[in-house]
Design a protein around this ligand. Structure first.
Ligand code: ZN
Length: 138
């Protein structure tokens, strides 16, 4: 079975899943996803910056209905968690959560980055995206 990332330049899976952010060399602000210019000082001196693979849940909700296009999840919608995870000293990242069970989610819960199948392309390849899992559950 083959797989591919949902977009280039967003994450890697080797040796562990990591997200690619940008860090401004002038003012040190870190942004995810990486941008060509700095949102704080507007300089173009942004360099690649790999984020740590763990953080804490900053806020969350459950997506209970299918998002508008271009959503490409399963044909039959399955609710999923969405959260903001604070990566200490870096930035806060929005992403899918691996659970939609409110009893498993609370602000401040340690979370780890992982990769999940977003959808299956017409050629049968798994299209992967990143998600956060409660620590110790992936
Ligand atoms: Zn800057």
């Amino acid at each position: 079975m083959t797989s591919r990332p949902i977009a280039d330049g967003v994450f890697t899976d080797a040796p562990v899943p990591r997200l690619l952010a940008g860090r401004c060399e002038a003012c040190e602000v870190v942004t995810f996803p990486r941008q060509g210019g700095c949102p704080r000082c507007t300089r173009r001196s942004v360099v690649d910056h790999w984020l740590p693979p763990a953080g804490v849940l900053w806020s969350w909700t459950i997506q209970r209905f299918a998002p508008k296009a271009p959503y490409r999840g399963p044909a039959e919608f399955v609710p999923y968690g969405v959260g903001y995870v604070e990566l200490p000293g870096e930035c806060i990242v929005e992403g899918r959560l691996t659970t939609a069970d409110p009893d498993e989610l609370w602000i401040g819960r340690p979370m780890e980055l992982t990769l999940v199948v977003n959808h299956v392309d017409g050629d049968g390849a798994d299209v992967m995206t990143y998600a956060f899992a409660p620590s110790g559950t992936r």
